[in-house]
Design a binder for this molecule. Structure first.
Ligand SMILES: NC(=O)c1ccc[n+]([C@@H]2O[C@H](COP(=O)([O-])OP(=O)(O)OC[C@H]3O[C@@H](n4cnc5c(N)ncnc54)[C@H](O)[C@@H]3O)[C@@H](O)[C@H]2O)c1
Length: 362
């Protein structure tokens, strides 16, 4: 199933979380494909941020709002009359979730309830909403420190508040799918409902706290030595465009072929892109041209899973999706983005160039 510009041209898409890292890249990509986008999210966090640097506000109808505000969210969705809703708004950081568990559960669980309920009401009123995708994470699985990848049928869980809140968000989506979007019990037309689980994404424009690439860039830009916690932790690193291409291919299949594409989907990197944190840090330093910018942090860090791999066989077989950029290519594009930013280049153009390079590899 290829990614088709013809499919997206003129489609009305509502994205929650469009001011964030993944949401900004998705908005840029969908705009490039000719979609009409309404975004719903909080103001972009901190300076700099990719939303502002790449001028994303200028290519969508940007609504600043909180997913905990059910009325405002519903009003926005009704006005947008979307064909497709993609839910990405979340409190996405593990460390922050340890310090702010209540906020994390409120945003990630009740936020998902509010988005799904707005989808339910919007679909009932205008009958044109065709697909809803909830973006969760590889961390939604009960982590057993297995050496092999998690499949969509494996048990959900989550040790820390963030991971657990995303498992809850999966459960909420499943309940809405069976209760309100079930073609066996409800008359058509109904939106097809799916969830997408991807690994740790890297790419230009992420400046979040306590994420390894932004931490590297801050250190390399003169912010002092980087303290690396959990250097041995293995993560399924992938460029941000990899899972986004999976979301787009999945939605196209959901709209075109219906409920056979409902359910959960993994979009992880190939096995040879699974490296430990210290390998990634060294790789960034090598591309930047400086290798003495980090130290291994001793002592006890809050618990994080050591082994976390995804099995993407379902997406490969049923969607013909597969990762296109290996870890080396992903790192090159990532570091090139931050270097272009340091040189004050047009970041909108750099994003579009990278999107076009990625599309050429599909
Ligand atoms: N970045 C990763 O490595 C990664 C990996 C797996 C899954 N994810 C998931 O992808 C999604 C996007 O993550 P990201 O990396 O772009 O994070 P981000 O922090 O850059 O963006 C989060 C977005 O959610 C919005 N948001 C947060 N709280 C909100 C609220 N109360 N109301 C409305 N909007 C709110 C923010 O304004 C922002 O637009 C999240 O659901 C995250 O869990 C991210």
């Amino acid at each position: 199933m290829a990614l088709s510009g013809a499919f997206w041209k003129g489609k009305k898409v509502l994205i929650t979380g469009h001011t964030g890292f993944k949401g900004s890249w998705l908005t840029l990509w969908l705009h490039h494909l000719g979609a009409e986008i309404t975004g719903y999210a909080l103001e972009p966090q901190g300076e700099p941020n990719v939303f502002t640097e790449a001028g994303v506000e200028g290519i969508c109808r940007s609504v600043i709002g909180d997913v905990r505000n059910r009325g405002h969210l519903l009003e926005t969705m009704l006005a947008a009359e979307p064909d497709i809703v993609i839910h990405m708004a979340a409190q996405p950081l593990v460390q922050y979730s340890y310090e702010h568990p209540v906020e994390t559960f409120e945003v990630n669980v009740m936020g998902t309830v509010n988005v799904l309920d707005a989808v339910r009401q919007t679909a009932a009123l205008n009958g044109k909403l065709q697909a809803f995708l909830n973006v969760t994470t590889d961390k939604c699985y009960e982590n057993r420190e297995w050496v092999w990848g998690y499949r969509e049928s494996d048990r959900l869980g989550g040790y820390d508040p963030y991971s657990n809140s995303k498992a809850c968000s999966e459960m909420v989506t499943a309940a809405y799918r069976s209760s309100y979007f079930n073609p066996d019990t409800h008359p058509a037309p109904l939106p097809v409902v799916a969830t997408a689980r991807a690994g740790n994404v890297i790419g230009g424009g992420d400046w979040s706290e306590n994420r390894i690439i932004p931490d590297c860039i801050r250190a390399l830009s003169g912010g002092g030595p980087l303290m690396v916690r959990n250097p041995a932790a293995i993560r399924p690193w992938q460029h941000v465009l990899e899972p986004l291409s999976g979301y787009l291919q999945l939605i196209e299949a959901m709209v075109t072929h219906g409920n056979t594409y409902a359910g959960a989907w993994n979009f992880g990197p190939d096995e040879d892109s699974e490296r430990n944190v210290e390998w990634l840090v060294r790789g960034v330093g090598r591309l930047w041209g400086q290798d003495d910018f980090y130290q291994i942090q001793s002592g006890s860090a809050p618990h994080e899973a050591l082994n976390l791999k995804l099995d993407s066989a379902k997406a490969k077989r049923n969607l013909h999706w597969s990762p296109r950029w290996d870890i080396h290519t992903a790192l090159q594009y990532t570091v090139a983005w931050y270097q272009a930013h340091q040189q004050h280049e047009s970041m909108r153009q750099i994003c579009v160039d990278q999107i076009e390079s990625y599309m050429a590899s599909i």
